[in-house]
Design a protein around this ligand. Sequence first.
Ligand SMILES: *Cc1c(COP(=O)(O)O)cnc(C)c1O
Length: 419
Amino acid sequence: MNNDRLYRESLNLFPGGVNSPVRAFKAVGGTPKFFKKAQGAWFTDEEDHRYLDLCMSWGPLILGHAHPDVINAVTEALREGFTFGAPSRRENALAKKIKSMVPFVEKMRFVSSGTEAVMSAIRVSRGFTGRSKILKFEGCYHGHSDALLVKAGSGLATFGEPSSAGVPKEVSYLTSVLPLDNIEALESFFTLHGSELAAAIIEPMPANNGLLLQDLRFLKRLRELCTKYQSVLIFDEVISGFRVSPSGASGLYKIYPDIVTYGKIIGGGMPVGLYGGRSDIMSCVSPDGPVYQAGTLSGNPIAMTAGLATLELLDETLYATLQKRGAQWSKIYELIPGCRCPHVGSILWPIFQPRVKQSSEIQESSITSFNKLHQGLLSHGVYLPPSGYEVTFLSLAHQEPELSFFQDQIKKIITLQGN
Ligand SMILES: *Cc1c(COP(=O)(O)O)cnc(C)c1O
């Protein structure tokens, strides 16, 4: 079947024809492709067009698609059953591996998505502190739970407003939203509300509205203020965890949260999330404590196995390689007139404007240029994420042949655009 027929069919099945909104291509125009298989850095749609994948399922696939070690481990595990609804050694194995890489995670709980991890981290923070308010930052994404689908209120109000229909104001009122990279705003907020604040949550390396690299002074100050006011500091490392270093952004910056959330890479392509950190906080979680949180498929043995097989291949050498390749790929993006490409390791963000530290600084003209690039590259066999607000990911499978293919296509596009 061809892509368009599948798309027309899916429009009758799912809102917008998709099971997650950005996949619908609304931001970049055109219609989504339907994929049937993938290997390494490449995937193939239903019409047998092959694409070099620079979206990589939005982050989980640091080893590339269908890595043989992951397939072997998962195949072996599948033969022993899909789910037990009871403990298995595979949960311990992944948890021990994670603890060895990020020792500040003293105790953890597996869940099935990043959204669930963050939602649970907020709940345990509220349970631990006995407080209700939370603080987030504009431009960070933390999944789609009610408390976090909130944007800054108007004027000086510290109440957040729902950023989605269906989120009650009564819920959004408990969430305050501050700009990133603004120490003054942070300090006056804590002076006024610090003692009522259950938790502050931030992506230490914000990568959901482009790559908004923060001044470390800002993160350090946030850490100090949370300690001073005894609010829980949550780092949402669902993207940056195990992506930018073996110990994520926390390890890279040497700034540690009280609770961290992971997802994406820790499932190796299967649905896994995790929240964890200080054992005194995690001991509030049921059945040790009064904070309820549960999951039928939490710690699923197949997902644990895919995650472990992935993490086992992540060592310092791999990150050094990815860092080097990130720099090479970034240079190729920058062959495009007007394009700049900030990157950390294997996270790259092509933009058409000067350095950005806050989401409000992203210019519409930059997004328009990205959309043109997206369409051009798609017709040349390169698949960028279908939104200029999203970062592009490399994997271990993005090697020399992929790099030169990418360079060739970029050059063709530059010629076509008559630059
Ligand atoms: C992807 C992401 C989430 C949500 O994870 P899902 O698995 O999509 O629910 C939360 N926080 C961050 C930082 C993310 O990048």
